[in-house]
Design a protein around this ligand. Structure first.
Ligand SMILES: Cc1cc2nc3c(=O)[nH]c(=O)nc-3n(C[C@H](O)[C@H](O)[C@H](O)COP(=O)(O)O)c2cc1C
Length: 201
């Protein structure tokens, strides 16, 4: 594993979701170290409302069979070639982490726990990026399929909030633009002419 290379700003701004992985496996060791650090996300009441289901190395091949079953509609009817094509979105990644969040019965706590888990996912994506490993946070509908949940051992009261793919890549995608800050910010109590602040990058 490499030493930290990127500034926090650099990692946040230049991280891209990778949707075309190159098929190179990601070692379990890398995933473990990323998760060990990512769990320092803030969590209200120290509820630590998360757990993970990790598939890397040989287990990644096994989980691909489950993803085929639930993530490729009517896969049995496809030609080998078409099936391989459809499976690329899973098979080209090098490992996967299913991030499981507890679903607290109380609405405020449930939202807080989801927010905390989201912070954790972002941590993991940035830590991976710093190691030259790409990620994509995916939420395909089958994550909520009872049979898929059962296959993974997800219990009642838990939700899979992210299928976080990890993998290596050959190209960094172009940035997807964000709504500029000036369009979404209101500086409370300030007159218009006071708000044209130049931000140094
Ligand atoms: C909650 C959440 C769910 C997402 N689900 C998917 C998904 O199912 N499939 C996908 O291709 N990308 C998914 N993404 C990734 C977004 O498409 C991506 O972050 C966005 O296009 C911006 O690209 P960037 O991350 O490279 O800046 C998801 C992102 C978030 C935050």
């Amino acid at each position: 594993m490499n030493e930290q290379a990127l500034s926090i700003r650099d990692a946040i701004v230049n991280r891209r979701s990778i949707k075309n992985f190159n098929g190179q496996p990601v070692d379990l060791e890398n995933i473990t170290s990323i998760l060990e650090n990512a769990i320092w996300a803030p969590t209200h009441g120290l509820r630590n409302p998360w757990r993970f289901i990790v598939a890397a190395n040989k287990q990644y091949a096994k989980v691909l069979d489950v993803l085929k079953e639930y993530g490729v509609p009517k896969w049995k009817e496809l030609s080998d070639e078409d099936l391989e094509k459809q499976m690329k979105k899973f098979s080209a990644a090098g490992a996967v982490v299913f991030v499981i969040v507890q679903e607290d019965a109380r609405q405020k706590e449930r939202l807080e726990d989801f927010a905390a888990a989201s912070a954790l996912v972002q941590n993991a994506m940035l830590l991976a990026w710093d190691q030259g490993i790409g990620t994509c946070w995916k939420t395909p509908p089958f994550l909520d399929n009872p049979k898929f949940r059962e296959e993974l051992g997800v219990k009642p009261g838990e939700r899979i909030m992210s299928m976080l793919q990890f993998g290596y890549f050959d190209e960094i995608p172009k940035p997807r633009t964000r709504t500029p800050l000036e369009e979404i910010v209101t500086y409370y109590g300030m007159e218009d002419e006071e708000t044209s602040v130049e931000v140094e990058q």
